[in-house]
Design a binder for this molecule. Sequence first.
Ligand code: CP
Ligand code: NVA
Length: 308
Amino acid sequence: MKHLLKLQDLSREEIIDILNLADQLKFERKNNIPHPILQGKTLGMIFQKSSTRTRVSFEAGMYQLGGNALFLSNRDLQIGRGELVQDTARVLSRYIDAIMIRTYSQDEVEYLAEYGTIPVINGLTDYAHPCQVLADLMTIREIKGGFHGRKLAFIGDGNNMANSLIVGCIKVGMSISIGCPKEYMPDSEIVAWARENGDFTCTEDIYEAARGADAVYTDVWASMGQEEESQKRRRDFAGYTVDDKLLECAKKDVTVLHCLPAHRGEEITAEVLEKHADEIFEEAENRLHAQKAVLVKLMAPDYTKDED
Ligand code: CP
Ligand code: NVA
């Protein structure tokens, strides 16, 4: 694994390997066992959109691994004044050891990887959010004990989260169903791939989507960059709220997940969010552990536990 650009690029084994290392790093952190695996290494973090979890978990994660992280906002970088990402990639490659980028276009992330000589991590694009889904899979495995025979239902916009969840769930052998309005389907190539490669359904009927689900997942109706569509989307997604009635269709011990930030009263009710807060905030915590595993895999690929 040279980069983390999208989950399509990872094999099932690579995903499981990351999750296993994430579990180990979580255990070590909980038990105050230091793991300075990335001593002397620097991660550059380019943000063209806002972030709480991604920014803080990557920055804290690098620190905990003995390295250093640079927050590079669009406002301060020359990228914000039109310098090409291709040039930025070649410059940063000479100073630092890896780049994490959060931006709009997936192409920009792929260009960074193509033109740079260091690992690139996708910290969210309009197309994908692979770091979040690694943390989601880690959380599901932690709570449910495994993936086999498990079903995840995603309710809402067929956005970056839906795209990455489809790929992630199918890669690890879970079933996935999407409940979304027809005009808001996930990426058509991902849908076609999912139909070929796994147990995948997509329906406008959210009750059908949630039937028998082990995990129900939702995300905002208007993603970053779609703020001006918020009102229209509120109308279009009416009836697509994860509430107690919907959860009655799922398994009794259903886990509710949300990548956050959440809009209570829109994609999820305040009641459901609070009832499932332990799961949702464990999921947020797991961003830290899963990303640290990704950082180790990319920046210290030869690391094994015995080297500690
Ligand atoms: N879930 C997530 O990526 O959160 P942030 O936007 O706060 O980074
Ligand atoms: N779909 C959301 C996810 C935020 C983590 C967005 O792109 O804004």
